[in-house]
Design a protein around this ligand. Structure first.
Ligand code: NAD
Ligand code: UDP
Length: 321
């Protein structure tokens, strides 16, 4: 059934892929974005689509729209960006989520909220399952984002309990792919751009910290499936990510290999409160959604590198067996 769907943050990295998918599924899409970290270029190919509308608006400011479904992704996601204006980040997380929840309450629309693995902070439990309450520094440099997202979760479950709002909470783990901003500051885009330019790859700390990287198409599939679950599902959070864990140094080596780059590795100080390890336990997502990631790190990196290099993935032969 065709729905009118609002995607906040729809001109960002993940949001633009989600808009594309929702259009492909036959829906009408309203993309709301203030272009803080997003770009018109990400949705340029959708602007002429008859079922697509773009509204430049800050989600933390009031708005009303008739809508059947909401995907709330508006929020800077890279530490470099969310720490540049921490007050704005926390306002976006809290007021922006309140606004989308109020809209869901008024319209009866189901609402997906993009939460994050950062709610687990620097985790003492490994891998992280949804029952773990986390280990977050509430006054550290990442607090504007981590605590902002934790508050967004608390708002979401409160609206679900008190008003019966149909919320779906996805805790997204590190996601990468085409359309990440070249100055985004996150590890995959930084290393890819540096390797392609022959510049040193900037490893923070000794590179032994781990992350688990999910390719964007796999994530979008999980979000669509989560929104299609039955009414009884409720707001229980669901980890969405790829459990294939890797060190930051290995990511650097892999990107060097796949680009054929002779860049050096340059070691820099580790940022404050940088989590030491992170890997999702995705058993809940598996049971609820019948989902698991399909694209492994090598294939995902090939596609991402091809995007940054401006060539089709098939032309990237370096490193192929
Ligand atoms: P992104 O920075 O590319 O996209 C965020 C989008 O939100 C941008 O288009 C930006 O302009 C927009 N935005 C920011 N503040 C806004 C505001 N106040 N009003 C309207 N629009 C606003 O980041 P992304 O990686 O695509 O992340 C999307 C969502 O997924 C975010 O909520 C993020 O917290 C969450 N998430 C992402 C990851 C990841 O690894 N990419 C991991 C965990 C959670
Ligand atoms: N990182 C790095 N070099 C960079 C960018 C990031 O070594 O140029 C490290 C960062 O310190 C962290 C990991 O890579 O340990 C993932 O960082 P990112 O900003 O991508 O995501 P997050 O820290 O939010 O998981």
């Amino acid at each position: 059934m065709r729905k009118r769907v609002l995607v906040t943050g729809g001109a960002g990295f993940i949001g633009s892929h989600l808009c594309e998918r929702l259009l492909a599924d036959g829906h009408e899409v309203v993309c709301m974005d203030n272009l803080f970290t997003g770009r018109r270029r990400n949705i340029g190919h959708l602007l002429e689509h008859p079922r697509f509308e773009f509204a430049r608006h800050d989600v933390a400011e009031p708005f009303h729209i008739e809508i059947d479904e909401i995907h709330h992704l508006a929020c800077p996601a890279s530490p470099v960006h969310y720490q540049r204006n921490p007050v704005r980040t926390i306002r976006t997380c809290v007021q922006g989520t309140l606004n989308t929840l109020e809209l869901a309450r008024e319209t009866g629309a189901r609402l997906f909220i993009a939460s994050t693995s950062e709610v687990y902070g620097d985790p003492e439990v490994h891998p992280q399952h949804e029952g773990y309450w986390g280990h977050v520094n509430p006054i550290g440099v990442r607090a504007c984002y981590d605590e902002g997202k934790r508050c967004a979760e608390a708002l979401a479950v409160s609206f679900a309990r008190q008003y019966g709002v149909e919320v779906r909470l996805g805790r997204i783990f590190n996601t990468y792919g085409p359309r990440m901003h070249e100055n985004d500051g996150r590890v995959v885009s930084n290393f890819t751009v540096q390797a392609l330019r022959g510049e040193p790859l900037t490893i923070y700390g000794d590179g032994s910290q781990t992350r688990s990287f999910c390719y964007v198409d796999d994530l979008v599939e999980a979000i669509v499936r989560l929104m299609a679950t039955g009414t009884g599902t409720g707001p229980e959070p669901v980890n969405l990510g790829n459990p294939q864990e890797t060190t930051v140094e290995r990511i650097a080596q892999e990107i060097k290999r796949l680009t054929g780059s002779s860049s050096q590795l340059a070691f820099h100080p580790l940022p404050e409160d940088d989590p030491t390890r992170r890997r999702p336990d995705i058993s809940r997502a598996g049971a609820l959604l019948g989902w698991e990631p399909k694209i492994d790190l090598e294939e995902g990196l090939r596609r991402t590198i091809a995007h940054f290099a401006g060539v089709p993935a098939t032309e990237l032969l370096v490193g192929q067996q």
